[in-house]
Design a protein around this ligand. Structure first.
Ligand SMILES: [Zn+2]
Length: 454
């Protein structure tokens, strides 16, 4: 029997090719075969057997959440607060973090929320091993980054590498495993250098929190300030930056000095960066996952989205975790970035398209999801799709509404051609294509727990 499925929608926003009114995406198993208008594709199909699904909304590539920690989903009480800076947020977080909880269930709930809001791939940071199975079981694409923190150079020299290699091997695949050196202040200098070398040796991706708070700047420049005091109080006084009075330059240049800026790596946040930092990131091919709502909850400055766009940096979008953000809906951060870009003076006609691109293709680039092509709807791409209840018939209007307003949930979230989540009472309908040899509509269970892969 044919496995061809024709997804028709009011509008299709393929990201790289132009938006399409009354569009369609032809999928064969887990692969996009062709994208075009509904009339073009049905004409091309002629007498072939296929299933047709009609969506009352806009169809886009599945969203890529380029920075999150699904395991903190049941720490949402922290993210619902608002803080005056990293210090107060961190205190609230650390008060709850040691409380025993079921990290596996917490991460699974996060994965369900991601699927419900149109996300098909994640840069998931795994801190506790119990949380590692959630993305695997939900069928989400992306990278599970094992978080590494707290190592001094001396301790690392004893058994650091072996420990991290064993931890990486314990992660269930897919998704592929990666390494997340937590931040410049939680790892000693030679550890950061060696983790970068290890990622290259193992051929895995790397993801680092960087330039998130102004705190980090004094720490890395001079080894002083509140963050440095706090690190010393936690027994990290032997870290080279603290011992030697800093590196004399900022976070981005410091990461470059240990080799950590390379196309295998992407950063989270990138708030406190200047023009030289952004230029260095471009030269090194390093994407930045922007998480504006998390920055706002913590009480930090907004990311310089206007400058990133004007200067042409590769960017992606992340929600961060529910411990610092009100939701795991990537579109909510897209809407925040839209407002910020306008307020920072960026109002070019391509703003909507570039922000949707950041939340799809930009995320795929950041995570190295390129074989097959991801975050874009074109022939040969991965059939990861999301449909949102945006009813505009003009694709430019649909794009503007999707970016500026978003949607509380998707009508459907489809991974590798299989429906992983769909709105309980959404205005979707399936139509068997009349006169053609098809078995009629069929769907996989919406509940990812009933739809785990073999
Ligand atoms: Zn984070």
């Amino acid at each position: 029997m044919s496995s061809l499925v024709l997804h028709r929608a009011r509008t299709v926003l393929p990201v790289a090719p132009p938006p399409i009114a009354d569009g369609a995406v032809l999928v064969d198993g887990g692969t996009v075969v062709r994208v075009g208008t509904h009339d073009e594709l049905t004409a091309a199909l002629r007498d072939a057997a296929f299933e047709r699904v009609e969506w009352d909304g806009t169809l886009v590539p599945g969203l890529v959440n380029a920075h999150t920690h699904l395991q903190y989903s049941d720490m949402a009480v922290v993210g619902q607060g608002s803080y005056s800076g990293f210090e107060t947020w961190m205190s609230a977080f650390m008060e709850l973090y040691p409380v025993p909880r079921d990290w596996g269930a917490s991460a699974a709930e996060g994965a369900r929320q991601a699927l419900r809001t149109g996300t098909t791939a994640v840069a998931e940071i795994v801190t506790d091993p119990e949380a590692a199975a959630a993305t695997h079981e939900a069928g989400l694409h992306g990278v599970a980054y094992w978080e590494v923190l707290g190592w001094s150079d001396a301790a690392w020299g004893i058994d650091g590498r072996e420990t991290v290699i064993a931890q990486l091997r314990a992660l269930p695949e897919p998704p592929t495993a990666g390494i997340s050196p937590h931040a410049i202040y939680s790892l000693d200098t030679e550890v950061l250098r060696d983790l970068t070398a290890l990622a290259a040796e193992l051929g895995v991706r790397q993801h680092i929190h960087a330039a998130e708070s102004a705190w980090e700047d004094a720490y890395v420049r001079t080894g002083t300030g509140d963050l440095a005091d706090r690190a010393r109080a936690h027994g990290r006084g032997e870290f080279a930056l603290l011992r030697d009075g800093g590196a004399g330059h900022g976070v981005i240049a410091y990461l470059d000095s240990v080799g950590a800026l390379n196309p295998r790596t992407h950063l989270a946040h990138g708030v406190y960066v200047d023009a030289d930092d952004r230029a260095l990131l471009r030269r090194r091919g390093v994407s930045v996952a922007l998480c504006p709502r998390s920055n706002a909850v913590i009480g930090l400055d907004p990311p310089p989205i206007g400058a990133y766009l004007r200067e042409g940096n590769p960017i992606a979008v992340g929600t961060d975790s529910l411990s610092s953000s009100p939701s795991l809906n990537v579109l909510d951060d897209v809407a925040a970035l839209y407002s910020l870009a306008r307020s920072q003076g960026y109002a070019d006609a391509d703003l909507h398209a570039r922000l949707l691109g950041a939340a799809t293709r930009g995320g795929a680039v950041a995570l190295g999801l390129d074989a097959p092509a991801t975050g874009v709807l074109q022939s040969g791409a991965r059939a990861d799709l999301a449909v949102f209840p945006i009813r505009a018939g003009d694709p430019r209007d649909a794009l503007a509404e999707l970016v500026e307003v978003g949607a509380p949930e998707s009508l459907a979230t489809i991974i590798d051609g299989r429906t992983r989540s769909r709105a309980a009472a959404g205005p979707w309908r399936d139509l068997a294509s009349p006169g053609r040899a098809t078995a009629g509509p069929k769907h996989d269970p919406a509940d990812p727990r009933e739809d785990t892969r073999a």
